[in-house]
Design a protein around this ligand. Structure first.
Ligand code: SRM
Ligand code: SF4
Length: 565
């Protein structure tokens, strides 16, 4: 903490000359594979994290070597859309400088892992050559704006996606630091006068996330966003958006002052009011957010401290207009629809399941090569989903058979045989790259799923859709507090079991058992599956059953979406 009580990061941001710090010097230092601690923090704003391979940590320590430093790079792809040419560029970067995998994230973009310091600049430059930036993919700014992954069911869906793109662009930091550091832009005379009109020199107190959902699909988990936008569409016309504020997942074990929170629906705005409304929400957070304690700095805590009515008054004061009452909407599901669907314009979209979003050449499953082969012939685009899956989108009818043949050849056709729980399983990255992981997640999912499937099968529930979310720690990158079943890592092999969210992302789950191992998890779930199979009402989802049947007791914080207006 600095002398004035502000968090250290506030000092680093203030002294950074709009995110420059000494990144150029740190990157050039040949003595270490790492960069300086302060630059490390600034690097996030540029879309990259310094990590080290945790599988190798102990061995390298014994050998008195520095940790195996490497960098993760996250792209900024609003709405998760990229062209085949861009796919091929990412594929090339992954195979040349990263760990030969592409990782689709829960915010529908790519992460590349395992890039060494001396390859970082050329990797980021190569992404920019493909017209994809990484600026503000991480850091205390507005991040990649997510949008429902099928924006082509009607012209209004297409418009909702365009708004995600516009928001992302509009709220981007204005500093030229990124261009200077990664793209060799020369600093222009008078550059000292450069400013950040929206963010100011210290940017936001914490990360900020926006998502656009198109009911009835809540595939983006709109209530987990700092600013959730619910598209209101009538007769194929986009009327505007309900806005939900203060969603967020992150919490810390054993600290009740941190908690997941669902966004509160505050009102409705018309499309032409949207950019200004998003800016004003960000301004309130910028000016009222906690800059002393980063644990309490997200918008959700700002709102809970101010109170929702006071937050709304402050927001409307800045806007100079009143929000309209929120409009009726209905979400009925989360998750992705696998297989082929036809768009309004006669083009086709194929949703593939990508387990934990990891695109790699696995033994017997050459997915990275397969998607490269598809990108080479594909005439439409690719769309990543917030459930870490992939849509081969906008395929002309004449090309469907060709795509299908490649999907089969490269064993990307697993989506045809998925159990209900596998269709809806999401796991965060966790070990070995995530520095905050307490337990396995992505690497545990393939072991856990067959065991859960065996239990479900035994109770006749194989095809029952159930939202399963795994996170290696309580930060909640797989949005586990919205899982009908969720495991949250405590230590290697040990998890908190949470149950009872709904299927549409509108109710948080509750903690049922703390710090248990796999045997206890399976035995707990076995008993509940048995009851569910016998006692459920027709079409009743697992999470809803657990709540109705009284299996779950009450929660500390509100667990349902609050509609304030
Ligand atoms: Fe996350 C931190 C991975 C979505 C909440 N997240 C991290 C870091 C960068 C670890 C770190 O700080 O050192 C992880 C890097 C792991 C690695 O090795 O790649 C990481 N988060 C991810 C991804 C890749 C998970 C995935 O498996 O797909 C997702 C990337 C999203 C993107 O493309 O931008 C990812 N993270 C999320 C989400 C889900 C979402 O946004 O919809 C959340 C919960 C929503 C929220 O923000 O409240 C989330 N990540 C966090 C937090 C907790 C924030 C908080 O308010 O407490 C942290 C830790 C932090 O910020 O201090 C974190
Ligand atoms: Fe890492 Fe925790 Fe996020 Fe998983 S939930 S990626 S373990 S920070």
């Amino acid at each position: 903490m600095s002398d004035n009580g502000l968090s250290d990061l506030e000092r680093i941001k203030a002294n950074s000359r709009l995110l420059r710090g000494t990144l150029v010097e740190s990157l050039a230092d040949p003595v270490t594979g790492a960069i300086s601690e302060d630059d490390n923090k600034l690097l996030k704003f540029h879309g990259s994290y310094q990590q080290d391979d945790r599988d190798l940590r102990e061995e390298r320590r014994k050998q008195k070597l520095e940790p195996a430093y490497q960098f993760m790079v996250r792209a900024r792809l609003p709405g998760g859309v990229l062209s085949p040419a861009q796919w091929l560029s990412f594929d090339h970067i992954a195979r040349t400088w990263a760990n030969h995998t592409l990782r689709i994230t829960t915010r529908q973009t790519f992460q590349l892992h395992g890039i060494l310091k001396h390859d970082l600049k050329r990797s980021i430059a190569a992404m920019n050559e493909a017209l994809v930036s990484t600026i503000a993919a991480c850091g205390d700014v507005n991040r990649n704006v997510v949008a429902s992954a099928n924006p082509v069911a009607s012209p209004a869906h297409r418009l909702a996606y365009r708004w995600a793109e516009r928001l992302s662009e509009h709220l981007k930091p204005k500093t030229r630091a990124y261009h200077e550091i990664w793209l060799n832009e020369q600093r222009v005379a008078g550059g000292e006068e450069e400013s950040e009109p929206l963010y100011g020199a210290t940017y936001l107190p914490r990360k900020f996330k926006i998502g656009v959902a198109v009911p009835p699909t809540n595939d983006v988990d709109v209530f987990a966003q700092d600013l959730g936008l619910i598209a209101i569409i009538e007769h194929d016309e986009l009327l505007g958006f309900n806005i939900a504020v203060g969603g967020g997942m992150g919490a810390s074990h054993g600290d009740a002052s941190t908690y997941p929170r669902l966004g509160s629906v505050l009102g409705f705005v018309e499309p032409e009011q949207l950019l200004r409304t998003a800016e004003a929400v960000i301004e309130v957070q910028r000016d009222f957010g906690d800059r002393k304690e980063r644990k309490h700095a997200r918008l959700k805590y700002t709102i809970d401290r101010m109170g929702l009515p006071a937050f709304k008054v402050e927001l409307e004061r800045r806007l100079g207009f009143r929000l309209q009452p929120s409009r009726a909407y209905r979400f009925d599901h989360n998750g992705d629809r696998y297989g082929w669907t036809e768009g309004d314009d006669g083009r086709w979209h194929l949703t593939l399941q990508i387990e934990s979003g990891r695109v790699a050449d696995f033994p017997d499953q050459p997915h990275l090569s397969g998607l490269r082969a598809i990108a080479e012939i594909h005439q439409g685009d690719f769309r990543m989903t917030c459930n870490q899956n992939l849509i081969i989108a906008n395929v002309p009818t004449a090309q469907r058979a060709r795509v299908d043949a490649l999907v089969t050849e490269y064993k990307l056709d697993g989506y045809r045989r998925l159990s209900g729980i596998r269709r809806h399983a999401v796991a965060c990255v966790a070990l070995p790259t995530c520095g905050l992981a307490m337990a396995e997640s992505e690497r545990y999912l393939p072991q856990l799923l067959p065991k859960l499937e065996a239990l479900l099968e035994r109770h006749g529930l194989r095809d029952e859709p159930i939202l399963l979310r795994l996170s290696g720690c309580p930060n909640g990158c797989s949005r586990p507090y919205l899982g009908e079943i969720a495991l949250i890592g405590r230590a290697i092999g040990r998890y908190d079991l949470r149950l009872g969210a709904d299927f549409a992302g509108q109710r948080l789950n509750r903690i049922v058992r703390e710090n248990i191992d796999e045997a206890e998890i399976l035995s707990e779930l076995d008993a509940l599956f048995a009851r569910y199979a016998i006692e459920r009402n027709e079409d009743e989802r697992f999470g809803d059953f657990l709540v109705r049947s009284g299996v779950l007791t009450s929660a500390r914080h509100p667990i349902d979406v609050e509609v304030f207006a």
